[in-house]
Design a protein around this ligand. Structure first.
Ligand SMILES: [Zn+2]
Length: 466
């Protein structure tokens, strides 16, 4: 991987950018006897030899890999400058260089639509990775010396103890970038080589939670909209970690937030602030637990209660009681599909009669990567036509840009309710649900392939890694 090198970006400044792009090359490091350059092909080296005044040693990578390394190169060059200055930090320049480095890093992460920034120590270097559309991508590798300087700045910004390197810490800070307000949730974990720092990027003043904009297909969207008109019972959003459950829940809340209902949420931690909603943060430090809050919520005369995640049978029990007594309860649960969720609830010691009478709707979802409109290409295999991911500068050379929801929505009607009560097997429930129009997650994904929005590979990846 090109990202295994600590790239000296000073070298690329000496050559015209268009030359690098046209020939797919990136100079990496200069030694006394030669200069290392990654390239897609062995080139005639005379031009570069004259630029660097040494023989050139080529290391061959694919054009795609080199394109990726060349992306946003001017920002990377600036970051490299600031990195060098930060290492020479003395009393004169105080912390301004490292602060500028950090700001620029955040700026780059936002340009690349990242959801998280990971800053980690390794044995002999440190790496910075961005999570983009669910995937981690290594953006930088630097000398280990930078880490402590950077870690101190982040701790300072997030009101953490700077001297503390041996216990986990968490905090948050806010930054204004190009007129947008961003919240950062920070977690620092001590590791065997130093620390692992993760910054979750939360944009806090945009309505990113419109339920119509999540990419949910029309039939499913209509079923969901109908289900949230209920005034009691429980709606569950399920899926593995990182499947967008919380965003869906927030978008439902946003839709329900009309001002005529009292809405209370219990979260760990609160990710977005919403107007007109009472949001309660779980606070482990003072022993304020999930079930403590839930027990007290009912005295607050709520109409709608949102629970971040059901983690144990006690919280499930309280949530079900609330759903049974005239409240609409929204919650998430970590399960693979909608029908197996029923058994999961029973495994959590919920009596079948209570599951049958309280659960109204189960949404099971994943986030599927969308093909980049700029570079996708139609391919024909047999009689089938679909699109293939290629990769261009618009999409970080990935071929995909952005993600949307694929889901299955199971409405619990009287028949399914009676199946739950009698604990019928899942196959019978599935067969019945299909007879009344239920479409599985996989079928929903297929319809996105038909529309040219994603690829078969992406769908197989999602449904096979459960
Ligand atoms: Zn593209």
């Amino acid at each position: 991987m090109i990202s295994n090198y600590i790239i000296n970006y000073d070298l690329s400044k000496k050559v015209d950018m268009s030359y690098l792009q046209k020939n797919y090359i990136l100079p990496i490091e200069k030694h006394n006897l030669y200069t290392t350059v990654v390239a897609s092909d062995d080139l005639t080296a005379s031009y570069l030899e004259s630029v660097y005044n040494t023989p050139i040693k080529y290391i061959i990578y694919s054009q795609k890999d080199i394109n990726y390394a060349l992306e946003n190169i001017s920002i990377k060059q600036e970051l490299y400058d600031l990195y060098k200055k930060s290492l020479q930090m003395n009393i004169d320049n105080e912390q301004s260089d490292i602060l500028e480095f950090f700001d620029k890093l955040i700026q780059l992460s936002i340009i690349k639509s990242s959801s998280d920034i990971h800053i980690e120590t390794l044995r002999e270097s440190m790496i910075i990775r961005f999570r983009i559309d669910g995937y981690l991508e290594t953006v930088f590798r630097f000398k280990l010396e930078l880490f402590n300087i950077l870690s101190s700045v982040i701790k300072l910004l997030s009101s953490m103890d700077i001297a503390q390197r041996r216990i986990p810490q968490d905090g948050r800070f806010t930054k204004n970038i190009d007129g947008h307000h961003f919240d950062f949730r920070v977690s620092i974990l001590p590791t065997i080589t130093g620390e692992s720092i993760v910054l979750r990027i939360l944009e806090n003043n945009t309505i990113l939670n419109d339920i119509n904009s999540l990419g949910i297909s029309n039939d499913n969207l209509n079923t969901i909209k109908k289900s949230i008109e209920e005034t009691s019972g429980m709606i569950l959003v399920t899926g593995p970690t990182g499947s967008g459950k919380t965003t869906t829940l927030y978008s439902i809340l946003e839709k329900l937030n009309s001002g005529s209902k009292k809405i209370i949420t219990v979260e760990d931690p609160i990710e977005y602030n919403i107007e007109n909603i009472q949001q309660v943060n779980i606070n482990h430090e003072i022993g304020l637990t999930f079930s403590d809050i839930l027990k007290n919520i009912l005295r607050q005369d709520p109409d709608i209660i949102m629970i971040g995640e059901i983690r144990d049978s006690e919280s499930l029990h309280i949530a079900m009681q609330a759903a049974l007594t005239g409240h609409l309860v929204l919650a998430t649960l970590h399960t693979n599909d909608s029908i197996s969720t029923i058994n999961r609830l029973i495994d959590l010691n919920a009596p079948p009669y209570l599951v049958a009478s309280t659960i109204k709707t189960i949404i099971s979802q994943r986030l599927i990567r969308k093909l980049c409109d700029t570079c996708k290409e139609k391919v024909k295999i047999g009689n089938d036509e679909y699109y293939k991911a290629i990769g261009c500068n618009i999409c970080n050379i990935k071929g995909y840009k952005g993600r949307e929801v694929i889901c299955e929505v199971l409405s619990i009607d009287n028949t399914i309710s009676s199946y739950i009560l009698r604990q019928e097997d899942e196959a019978k429930t599935l067969k019945y649900a299909k007879s009344i129009g239920f479409k599985t997650l996989y079928e929903d994904g297929l319809s996105k392939i038909d529309k040219g929005l994603t690829t078969p590979e992406e769908l197989y990846r999602l449904v096979s890694c459960q």
